[in-house]
Write a protein that binds this ligand. Structure first.
Ligand SMILES: N[C@@H](CCC(=O)N[C@@H](CS)C(=O)NCC(=O)O)C(=O)O
Length: 219
């Protein structure tokens, strides 16, 4: 049966880009549908009635929401070029770190970028602590997944591209070579990986769009 794979996303979203990276790693062809989050389509609301968020992957008519859940689904459906490790313990560790990124790192990084005053100061302190934890977890590996990109690398795409693209233009000095040499080395390998390179948004357009939307809101 011919596969039907559709992705509802937003070009500037690190979450929909995560799914695109996973599909590219697997070499799965897909139809991409850009959503307007200010005017969500009836299809998005139908496919993700609980969260009403992108990304949503629709595979042969079956919708799947939440980026990490989608990546695991992709990995189980197309088994070549594995994204999660094979051993149950290693799989558990990969899920643990992906969860740490989503629940701890991303909120602190987001608030470091866009909140104000004392809240911003506190967020920067917290974000530094979390980045240190990730730096230690990465150690001397090329990727969090080892020699190849894995779940944790894909989950960390906000750090690998969004944070490093935006921090300087918005006057934030967070992820520096001096403080995080291993993460900086990882970022270099990450953005030069073929599947990643093909899945990242244009940097200038991203800076412009996010600064206009969230920078203005935080003033
Ligand atoms: N935990 C979700 C987060 C997805 C998410 O936050 N999507 C945002 C865009 S970046 C969204 O659709 N927001 C619409 C809304 O909140 O109304 C995932 O990993 O997929």
């Amino acid at each position: 049966m011919a596969e039907e794979v559709k992705l509802f996303g937003v070009w500037a979203s690190p979450f929909s880009r995560r799914v695109e990276i996973a599909l590219k790693i697997k070499g799965v062809k897909y139809e991409y549908i850009e959503e307007d989050l200010t005017n969500k389509s009836p299809l998005l609301l139908k496919y993700n009635p609980v969260h009403k968020k992108i990304p949503v992957l629709v595979h042969n008519g079956n919708p799947i929401a939440e980026s990490v859940v989608i990546i695991e689904y992709i990995d189980e459906t197309w088994k070549h070029n594995p994204i999660l490790p094979q051993h149950p313990y290693d799989r558990a560790l990969a899920r643990f770190w992906a969860k740490f990124i989503d629940e701890k790192c991303l909120p602190a990084l987001w608030n470091s970028m866009w909140s104000k005053g004392k809240e911003r100061e506190a967020a920067i302190g917290e974000a530094c602590e979390h980045l240190k934890t990730l730096e230690n977890e990465l150690g001397d590996k090329k990727f969090f997944g080892g020699e190849e990109i894995g779940l944790v690398d894909i989950a960390a795409n906000f750090i690998g591209f969004w944070l490093v693209s935006l921090q300087e233009p918005i006057g934030l000095e967070l992820l520096t070579e001096e403080k995080f040499p291993k993460l900086c080395k990882w970022i270099h390998a990450y953005v030069n990986h073929t599947a990643i390179k093909e899945s990242l948004p244009p940097k200038d357009k991203l800076i412009e769009a996010l600064s206009a939307r969230f920078g203005a809101a935080s003033k």
